[in-house]
Design a protein. Structure first.
Length: 216
């Protein structure tokens, strides 16, 4: 198996809503390992990486056959945005409070090499910031306050009209919640944290969002 054929296999999963985001990120992680091993497209990759690609592809086929999602969910309750980060990746997940077992959409990604050395608290704050930015881009289609981008045209009203609820943001970082509630302490922090904390506060004000600590 060459790097080119591995790329084709790992790009075979089409999941625009991010319903299988964990599996998708696993595929991206395998691809990162392949790129670290070789830069040449027609070079045969190691046997171990070939096995990873084969297993991932088989699991993709299996998951797509057994995992389903409802065609319709009523917007009848608050929207829950959950964000989190690990050493290697970040993720955000959207669900309705009335249907917590059904994922509406999700988004995530691997941290670039330059950011892998960040502390976990910084990565968790970054994940929160990315999650809120993502929710804002989708706000016109969700039961939350709509915030249009600079060059975004308003969408036509939906029928029946979508109700508006406060956005609840769930995170497991008690430190992040503490820092968000105490802007007077921002000056003690490095510039990246200060910028993201203020950006998160601004996004929460725009989206009428409340960040809550959920113990992991």
């Amino acid at each position: 198996m060459t790097k080119r054929s591995a790329s084709s296999a790992l790009a075979s999963l089409y999941d625009p809503l991010g319903l299988l985001i964990e599996h998708d990120i696993l595929g991206r992680s395998i691809w990162r390992s392949i790129c670290q091993e070789t830069k040449e497209w027609d070079v045969t990759i190691s046997h171990q990486l070939q096995q990873h690609v084969v297993r991932w592809t088989r699991e993709s086929t299996r998951i797509c056959k057994v995992v389903s999602t409802p065609r319709f969910l009523p917007y009848d309750s608050e929207l829950i945005l959950s964000t989190d980060a690990s050493k290697d990746a970040w993720g955000a997940d959207l669900r309705l409070k009335s249907h917590p077992d059904v994922r509406l959409s999700a988004k995530g990604g691997l941290y670039v090499t330059a950011n892998l050395s960040w502390s976990i608290p910084r990565k968790e704050l970054d994940a929160l910031h990315r999650g809120l930015l993502w929710a804002r881009t989708l706000s016109a289609y969700l039961p939350i306050t709509t915030v249009y981008g600079k060059n975004q045209a308003p969408v036509n009203n939906l029928s029946p009209e979508v109700p508006i609820y406060p956005l609840v943001v769930a995170i497991d970082s008690e430190l992040t919640v503490y820092r968000l509630r105490r802007p007077a302490n921002d000056e003690r922090l490095p510039s990246p944290e200060k910028r993201r904390l203020q950006a998160v506060r601004d996004l929460c004000a725009q989206l009428n969002a409340t960040v809550r600590h959920i113990p992991s």
